[in-house]
Design a protein around this ligand. Structure first.
Ligand code: ACO
Length: 319
């Protein structure tokens, strides 16, 4: 028993917000600084009342349509998000209610920017065990709601969005190999170190980051886990047709590609137009490259995530 990707969908809220738009909104920044350090040109931002489950719903409906499956076919719903609608119930249950599915297993995965790769790996294992047949796996985020808009070092880096895939049981792979890791010793370099206690916010409810520490960590582990995943599938990194790394920063993506000796022509890049959408970044990029025809049937795709925790991981699949 294997799992196979049979459809993708994605959704970006609102109009594109350029770097100059951010400066016009009173942030002490400029297009030259943001573009040269991150590659980001614009991003999409959700409205204040737009939640992760709202974005997830749009992406999920598009993925179901692409896969030719009905809501009732789903027996597993996993949402990767660090910006859930509520403390509980899970965003996956809220999405399930909005979709109108009854009875599927539904839960969230919290692995920040590695969340989608974590969720896809979990869905693969459910399907391969024989317990489930048709999974909806979503990465959905509204990071704009947890940004300190007075901190120019972080608020310019992120965007909102959702990406979704349908994974189904098949007798041919599908997902070829997966690898997931975490090291909680590094929790402090990227976090939202707050909580709610007795109706009050305790700690800091905004995203905080040591950008240079994140940069070094991300490049190292993205290269390592790519090698691990390819080795597990018995292929060389040069046999990968498309690399889809987490879209945090073009310099991290380029440094990772260089370490893997992969040409940037084989790397799907969306960070210029999406910013960093955390758990949504990989499925958004995957959906874009499938819909525009870059990714074709039979090709090998390596998905990679890295994020707060720190967490990191990769999924190698044949499309
Ligand atoms: N506009 C203009 N100037 C700015 C901005 C801004 N938006 N932000 C910071 N600056 C200024 C700082 O105030 C500082 O000025 P100073 O020298 O006068 O004090 C100067 O730019 C340099 O600031 P640094 O924070 O040292 O900038 P750095 O060169 O490290 O670049 C960056 C910051 C782009 C975040 C870099 O560290 C990086 O790429 N890190 C990777 C982290 C990342 O991409 N994180 C995304 C989330 S993590 C993830 O998804 C895995």
């Amino acid at each position: 028993m294997y799992s196979r990707l049979i459809g993708t969908g994605s959704y970006l809220p609102g109009p594109a917000v350029t770097n100059d738009d951010l400066a016009r909104r009173g942030i002490d920044t400029n297009d030259e600084w943001i573009s040269s350090r991150t590659g980001i040109k614009f991003r999409h931002l959700a409205a204040e009342n737009q939640t992760s489950s709202d974005l997830a719903l749009e992406a999920s409906q598009r993925a179901l349509a692409a896969a030719g499956r009905q809501v009732a076919d789903l027996d597993l719903i996993i949402v990767a998000t660090s910006t859930p609608d509520y403390i509980f119930p899970s965003t996956a249950c809220l999405l399930q209610g909005k979709l109108g599915n009854q009875g599927a297993t539904a839960f969230d995965v919290q692995a920040v920017c590695s969340g989608f790769v974590y969720a896809l790996t979990i869905a693969d294992k459910f399907i391969r065990s024989g317990s489930h047949r048709c999974a909806l796996v979503v990465g959905a985020e509204v990071f704009s709601h947890i940004l300190d808009w007075t901190d120019r070092g972080t608020c310019v880096l992120f965007g909102d969005g959702a990406g979704a895939v349908i994974l189904e049981a098949a007798d041919q792979p599908g997902l070829l190999a997966t690898a997931l890791h975490a090291d909680g010793a590094h929790h402090g370099i990227l976090s939202v170190p707050g909580s709610i206690n007795n109706g009050q916010v305790t700690g800091d409810p905004f995203l905080r980051m040591d950008g240079q520490a994140v940069f070094k960590f991300a490049v190292r582990v993205l290269a390592e886990v790519a090698g691990e995943c390819c080795a597990a599938a018995g292929i060389d990194a040069s046999q990968v047709d498309w690399l889809i790394p987490h879209q945090a920063n073009i310099r991290i993506i380029e440094a990772t590609a260089k370490k893997l000796k992969t040409s940037m022509e084989k790397v799907v890049v969306t960070v210029d137009r999406h910013g960093n959408t955390s758990a949504a970044s990989v499925p958004l990029a995957l959906d874009e490259a499938i819909r525009d025809g870059r990714i074709r049937s039979g090709q090998k795709i390596l998905l990679e995530g890295v994020g707060g925790g720190f967490t990191w991981g990769a999924v190698l699949l044949e499309y």
